[in-house]
Design a protein around this ligand. Structure first.
Ligand code: NAD
Length: 355
């Protein structure tokens, strides 16, 4: 992989490699764009098979955060960190604090938070070394787990798409196929049930699927069958790249609205969905609830104000659909334009006044 070429191709600002032999830290911090403000994005801990894979993941995710934060109207840029380690085996207070020191060394250009493999407890460790961290436990004045806010935003996006497709935002009588019954999906299920929707779910963790079947009385299918379920809404809430050449022809839904990051395997899959008459709700518009909620920690966390802002995803989604329709482009392209234009306009102002 030619890192500088990749950085130049997508306009990255900075990549930092962090190491602390004593505690076994090997981390990457990628800062994509700070035009709108300091870069904000989670820290992912994963036993990556190679350094290259960890660097690419940090880069890809950091760019995604630039788009998500910009489209959500936050005054934040995009960044992300990856730590090469197994969270079940390698995590320690010392390792998290060592990572916190590297975050501190960037002087606020990167603000960290939770992601896969990292918890609010880890944020607490990191916060002993740096103030550039959000996602702290509620007891420490933080906003806690962002998943409930993400689920609220996901529901708002579903309502807008339902109105677009069926003329009413009601989900009564609709079938929603949920891939992955983790934190966000678990918060989503009661909303769907209250709204009168039927849920078919799956999870690779069998015990989780069975537990949800009992607790929420939902139907469970094997993970590999979820793409074939006849449904109104397919909701990817597990992994990225699930919308690809193999899965799109199998889908039997009217729309895809889920919280997983980077759902389209490649940009062209946005068009492939449109060609099949499937309405795609762009992931970074749908799943911004978590980061919107986190952003309220900067000014002293106010849950009501945060929730209000999270519900604004409804209007962002409306804008994306309207733009896609009026310009004859895919919803994914419309969402990208929304983010890019905001960044461009601010970049232009900075040029005008400060250079
Ligand atoms: P999670 O880890 O709690 O849940 C994911 C679930 O998916 C797990 O139960 C896992 O076993 C299951 N899973 C993994 N691979 C699967 C597969 N192939 N088929 C079926 N199930 C599978 O994660 P989460 O916090 O609920 O987040 C879900 C997705 O949303 C992730 O992609 C995450 O990056 C994204 N996201 C989450 C938030 C948030 O606030 N938690 C915010 C933005 C985006």
């Amino acid at each position: 992989m030619k890192i500088f070429d990749y950085m130049a191709q997508y306009d990255y600002e900075q990549v930092v490699l962090c190491t602390d032999k004593a505690v076994g830290l090997r981390a990457i911090i990628a800062i994509h764009d700070t035009t709108l403000g300091p870069s904000l994005g989670g820290c992912r801990m994963w036993p990556y098979a190679s350094e290259e894979e960890a660097i690419l993941d940090a880069l890809r995710l950091a760019r995604g955060m630039t788009y998500k934060n910009a489209a959500a109207g936050l005054d934040m840029g995009g960044g992300k960190a990856t730590i090469i380690a197994d969270p079940a085996r390698d995590k320690s207070e010392a390792l998290m604090r060592a990572f916190g020191r590297f975050v501190e060394s960037l002087g606020g250009r990167y603000i960290t938070t939770e992601d896969v493999g990292v918890t609010t407890k880890d944020m607490e460790f990191i916060s002993t070394e740096t103030s550039h961290v959000v996602g702290l436990p509620l007891a420490l004045g933080g906003s806690g787990d962002p998943s409930s806010a993400t689920a609220v935003g996901l529901l708002e996006a579903m309502k807008v798409c339902a109105r677009e497709a069926w003329g009413s935002e009601s989900l009564k009588g609709k079938t929603v196929a949920v891939q992955g019954l983790g934190k966000v999906a678990t918060y989503l299920l009661p909303y769907l049930q209250k709204g009168g929707a039927k849920v078919v779910g799956c999870d690779v963790r069998r015990e989780v699927a069975q537990g949800h079947k009992k607790e929420y009385a939902i139907e469970i299918v094997p993970p590999e069958k979820i793409y074939d379920v006849p449904c109104d809404i397919f909701s990817p809430c597990a992994l990225g790249a699930v919308l690809n050449d193999k899965t799109i022809p199998r889908l039997k839904c009217r729309m895809v609205v889920g919280c997983a990051n980077n759902q389209l395997a490649e940009d062209r899959h946005g068009q492939a969905l449109m060609d099949r008459g499937i309405l795609y709700a762009p992931d970074f518009i749908v799943n911004a609830g978590g980061v919107i909620n986190l952003s309220f920690e900067f000014t002293g966390y106010d849950p009501e104000a945060a929730l209000d802002r999270v519900k604004g995803i409804y209007h962002t989604m409306e804008q994306v659909l309207a733009r896609a329709k009026s310009q004859g482009i895919t919803t994914a392209q419309a969402a990208d334009l929304l983010a890019e234009e905001r960044i461009q306009s601010v970049r232009h102002i900075k040029k005008l006044y400060f250079e």
